[in-house]
Design a protein around this ligand. Structure first.
Ligand code: NAD
Ligand code: FES
Length: 281
């Protein structure tokens, strides 16, 4: 059992948890994730480790209540426990001394971009961050991103805060201004990562994305997280989750992520029905 030390909402439906997991806190590196299970019979699901405190023995994860398990996680509070937290899993981010790097977080993807941006900064890179959200209320980790950046930009789709537009428009603006950019990391929704890859491709800028396929065991055994990268089949849980953005087959990833949408919808409807019955009794 893993005790939740703190649990706070960063934005609507996005919750930050600090969890006691001393062994993971000591070992984890940027880009790695944990697999969680909320009960003995619950499903296993992955979440990236956003931060850790080896002294306190805690890790930080950030969860968007998008499916049944993440919604159930987001109902937990400090003092409660999580049945299983397994990790650290996945290949850590490759942190080189690239020069000028741009770390882009789209929406809740910022929780994953943040630790790698911090590691790039610690390795001596000049770090530019672009933190995008649909609207001001959905911007997360603004101060944390700023603290590890030489330049930090916020974008909102509706212009309610920072630059008015998508993260890709801000990136294009930086490129058009003549800045030499050596490395781009982009993490967020699939259309965003694909769009970033298309912005950087003509300039030959090395670009890395973190993929979020369906994961079941997280250890390379089940094949659930299969992705196509160039001519190769890779397993995101062990070979990734970070890959060369210019080689990723994003359509295949999006199609595979939709495989269980009917089952997920049925499960959501059953949950809503149970809640209505509970409210009536
Ligand atoms: P969102 O849809 O609000 O988008 C966040 C930002 O991404 C936008 O503000 C915009 O700047 C940019 N963006 C979105 N679509 C774009 C496009 N077509 N072109 C250019 N830029 C675009 O994000 P959200 O609701 O926080 O994200 C939810 C999605 O992110 C879910 O589908 C989730 O599965 C995925 N996700 C991915 C990862 C990962 O590891 N890649 C991690 C967490 C969540
Ligand atoms: Fe099973 Fe990656 S989650 S192989």
């Amino acid at each position: 059992m893993y005790r939740i030390v703190s649990a706070i909402f960063l934005a609507e439906n996005i919750k930050k948890f600090e969890i006691e997991a001393p062994r993971i806190a000591k070992k984890r590196r940027a880009g790695q994730f944990v697999m969680l299970r909320l009960s003995e019979t619950g499903e296993r699901f992955p979440l990236t480790i956003a931060d850790s405190d080896p002294e306190k023995g805690t890790i930080t994860i950030i969860s968007q209540g998008a499916g049944k398990s993440t919604r159930a996680l987001n109902r937990l509070e400090a003092g409660e426990t999580i049945t299983d937290v397994v990790g650290p899993l996945g290949t850590p981010s490759h942190i080189g001394n690239f020069g000028t790097s741009v770390s882009i977080g789209g929406g809740v993807g910022t929780a994953i971009a943040y630790p790698t941006a911090a590691a790039l900064k610690a390795a001596g890179n000049y770090v530019i961050t672009i933190n995008g959200a649909r609207t001001r209320e959905l911007v997360i980790l603004e101060e944390e991103m700023k603290a590890v950046s030489d330049e930090a930009y916020i974008t909102t789709d509706d212009g309610s805060y920072g630059f008015n537009g998508f993260v890709t428009q801000k990136l294009q603006e930086l490129i058009d201004s003549g800045r030499k950019i050596d490395f781009v990391l982009a993490i967020g929704p699939i259309p965003m990562m694909k769009a970033v890859a298309e912005v950087t491709r003509p300039y030959g800028i090395r670009t890395v994305v973190s993929l979020n396929p369906i994961m079941i065991d997280g250890t390379g055994m089940c094949g659930g997280c299969r992705v196509t990268v160039g001519d190769e089949i890779k397993f995101a849980c062990v070979d990734g989750p970070e890959f060369d953005a210019h080689l990723v087959d994003f359509k295949n990833l999006a199609d595979r992520n939709r495989i269980y949408q009917h089952e997920e919808k049925a499960s959501d409807e059953a949950e809503a029905h149970r809640c209505r019955l509970a409210a009536q009794s």
